[in-house]
Design a protein around this ligand. Structure first.
Ligand SMILES: Cc1cc2nc3c(=O)[nH]c(=O)nc-3n(C[C@H](O)[C@H](O)[C@H](O)COP(=O)(O)O)c2cc1C
Length: 373
């Protein structure tokens, strides 16, 4: 596709989104908008005609963006992060809107209604969301049965977590819950993520504790999977805890790390809204530096031992490029798409090509970790 056409097209969509759609969406209840967008996306993804139209409307491809990572071919490094497509309904539309990969879930051992509403808020000035969903999803049995026979056009990751319920405060139950979800997706998708950093579940984040994490990963090691395993961590960890977690990850079948999930900390200079709900984790711009620092820290220590997926506060190509130069091979996003519009995915990919070329790189891989080498 011609670059001038893509630029003009993206600009027109961005203007329409920011001047018409976004004011309407932002005047409505955030969870209601999220549900409507998922249901609309599911409908658009169901027909090959609408998928083709979407590709023309949002697509952008360039060989500079292609990578082979852990035996998986990625057309571009920008993916949808876990949490937007909780029940795995959007995988058919994701390539059409320009994503290079998508992570579905988080999906838990048992169905879960999530926490009481309200549980999603916007931080308009800080460009973030406060998320208190509490792992709402239909559970691994229903979702894996729906996905089992599906073909995916782009690499799909499945994020698994433990069901948000009182029983799982008991670690033995939580281990079985993770194992149940993990087993259900043994043969579905290109990679699997173990989410140990949901800030909104009963009992907190027990598997941030190295001993418990060791038990969890030991249990999952015994379940046969032929695809890479990622672990998603919190941006609020101190260096000592990160080191402990890394040493546990190295003892197990873990190929990559997602940096990062939502932040719980309110004492963050990037949070500039006057009122911030007490409950929940924060996404978007307030996570950006935390995630960048986590990526650099891990890449500096471990180099290529783990594939890093950078996530948190990506709103444009520069944000994505910074994460890549800090050590991320791939990036993921949600909040930037909500604030900037769906054309932002192709804007980021196009912008990345420009930034890579400007710095003399022939492809994304060459830039990974450039700022910490
Ligand atoms: C509405 C919403 C729901 C989320 N749910 C999950 C989830 O179920 N599992 C997960 O690993 N991360 C979840 N996250 C965290 C995101 O995957 C991501 O780590 C975080 O939002 C930072 O990226 P962003 O700034 O691009 O949104 C959620 C985020 C949002 C905004």
């Amino acid at each position: 596709m011609n670059n001038l056409f893509v630029k003009g097209r993206n600009k027109a969509i961005m203007l329409a989104y920011k001047s018409v759609l976004k004011p309407i969406f932002f005047s409505m209840d955030p969870e209601n908008v999220h549900d409507k967008m998922v249901s609309f996306g599911k409908t658009l993804g169901a027909s090959s005609l609408t998928r083709g139209i979407l590709r023309l409307t949002f697509g952008y491809t360039n060989p500079v963006l292609e990578q082979d990572i852990l035996g998986i071919r990625f057309r571009n490094p920008v993916g949808l992060a876990a949490g937007f497509d909780k029940n795995a309904e959007l995988h058919q539309i994701l390539p059409g809107v320009g994503f290079g990969f998508g992570e579905l879930g988080s999906i838990t051992g048992y169905p879960c209604e999530g926490n009481f509403k309200p549980r999603l808020w916007r931080l308009r000035r800080s460009k973030g969301l406060v998320v208190y969903y509490g792992l709402k999803n239909k559970g691994c049995e229903i979702i894996s049965n729906e996905l089992r026979t599906r073909q995916f056009d782009i690499p799909i990751g499945i994020s698994v977590a433990m069901t948000n319920c009182r029983d799982n405060v008991d670690v033995a139950n939580a281990l079985n819950d993770y194992a149940k979800a993990f087993t259900s997706f043994q043969n579905i998708g290109e990679y699997i993520t173990v989410n140990i950093s949901c800030p909104n579940a009963e009992g907190g984040q027990p598997f941030v504790d190295p001993e418990k994490l060791n038990l969890l990963l030991g249990k999952l090691d015994n379940i046969e999977v032929k695809k890479p395993v990622f672990v998603k961590i919190s941006p609020d960890l101190n260096p000592g805890r990160i080191d402990e977690i890394l040493s546990v990850l190295k003892q197990h079948r873990v190929h990559g790390i997602i940096c990062s999930n939502l932040t719980k900390k309110r004492s963050n200079p990037a949070i500039i809204d006057g009122i911030v709900p007490e409950k929940g984790g924060i996404s978007g711009a307030p996570v950006r530096d935390l995630s960048d620092n986590l990526i650099s820290y891990i890449y500096k220590k471990e180099k290529d031992r783990f594939v890093i997926i950078g996530c948190g506060g990506i709103f444009n190509a520069r944000d994505a490029y910074k994460k890549i130069r800090a050590g991320a091979s791939l990036v993921q996003m949600i909040t930037g798409m909500i604030f900037e519009g769906p054309q932002v995915i192709s804007e980021i990919n196009m912008g990345l090509v420009k930034l890579l070329k400007k710095d003399g790189y022939r492809n994304v891989k060459e830039a990974v970790g450039a700022d910490v080498k």
